[in-house]
Design a binder for this molecule. Structure first.
Ligand SMILES: O=C(O)CCC(=O)C(=O)O
Length: 284
């Protein structure tokens, strides 16, 4: 099966070692710089006693950092990588966009990005479809490139994808979205409460899941409809992965609008769907 057939069927594909040694060296240097910035922002804000949500209302071009649930000084993730780092924009993001354009045969632009730190003992993401979190913006179809700065293993909480969720769930009567890949299902998810954004449990149980361990340097491309989850990191080391989400260029460029909204509404649970942060938890 060709890459694009596999992508159409499963909603994801792996490009083994899609980033070469030179890319990884550049990525490593930049991610260390970005991580340090994220850490020092948390420390500065804690020292000043300024709530993070207030800080971002008047800092338009700063890296966006989200702390761990149980430690306001520990980085859970950071975002706005392309906006903050010219090197990342010109080398890594450009390369990933090229992969997506080759795969789909159309032009794409960056929609959002992030680096999940996934620290020991934390970082589980419940089963979800990414598209649920993006519905306040026009594009209805996105492709994410996940890249791994550390091997993603069963122990440290690698991603899990379905073998073929559309076949598993073909009997379900659910809403569908029109996408460049045809009609794709929008699965019922919890709205509010501790499971906000997660796919209903009884649906998850009907999906045949498979783990997708990945090596440092691998690239996984997945669309915004394919359900996925990851378990917590049971190892002693942080597992770093970056996620660059693109939308079709014909739908418009929303990167700056997305982050302007995120800065205004930092605590909005929309921006924390199925994520392991306190913000994803709202009272239903
Ligand atoms: O970082 C992970 O383990 C999973 C991330 C994920 O599922 C997501 O960001 O949608």
């Amino acid at each position: 099966m060709s890459y694009s057939d596999a992508f159409r069927k499963q909603g994801y594909i792996v490009l083994p070692q899609g980033l070469d040694a030179e890319d990884m060296q550049l990525l490593e240097q930049n991610s260390q710089m970005l991580y340090q910035r994220a850490e020092s922002l948390l420390a500065e804000l804690a020292e000043k006693g300024e709530p993070i949500s207030e800080f971002y209302k008047h800092n338009d071009d700063e890296l966006i950092v989200v702390p761990e649930i149980d430690d306001p000084l520990k980085v859970c993730r950071y975002e706005y990588i392309d906006g903050y780092s010219q090197t990342m924009r010109e080398h890594i993001v450009a390369k990933l966009r090229g992969y997506i354009e080759d795969l789909t045969g159309s032009e794409f632009v960056l929609f959002k990005d992030k680096c999940n730190a996934k620290n020991p003992g934390g970082g589980a993401f419940d089963p979800h479809q990414d598209v649920i979190a993006y519905d306040q913006f026009k594009p209805a179809y996105h492709v994410t490139a996940a890249i791994f700065l550390d091997d993603a293993t069963l122990e440290n909480g690698c991603l899990h994808f379905p073998e073929n969720y559309r076949a598993d769930l073909s009997h379900l009567d659910c809403s569908v979205a029109d996408t460049p890949l045809g009609k794709l299902p929008v699965l019922a998810s919890y709205d509010g409460g501790p499971d906000n954004g997660n796919i209903h449990q009884e649906i998850c149980e009907q999906i045949r899941w498979q783990p997708l361990p990945a090596r440092r340097g691998d690239v996984v491309l997945f669309d915004s409809y394919v359900p996925h989850y990851s378990e917590k990191n049971n190892s002693q080391k942080t597992r770093r992965a970056m996620f660059f989400t693109f939308n079709a260029a014909k739908d418009g460029n929303f990167y700056q609008d997305y982050y302007a909204m995120k800065r205004r509404e930092y605590d909005n649970p929309k921006f924390h769907v199925a994520t392991p942060t306190t913000h994803s938890r709202i009272d239903g």
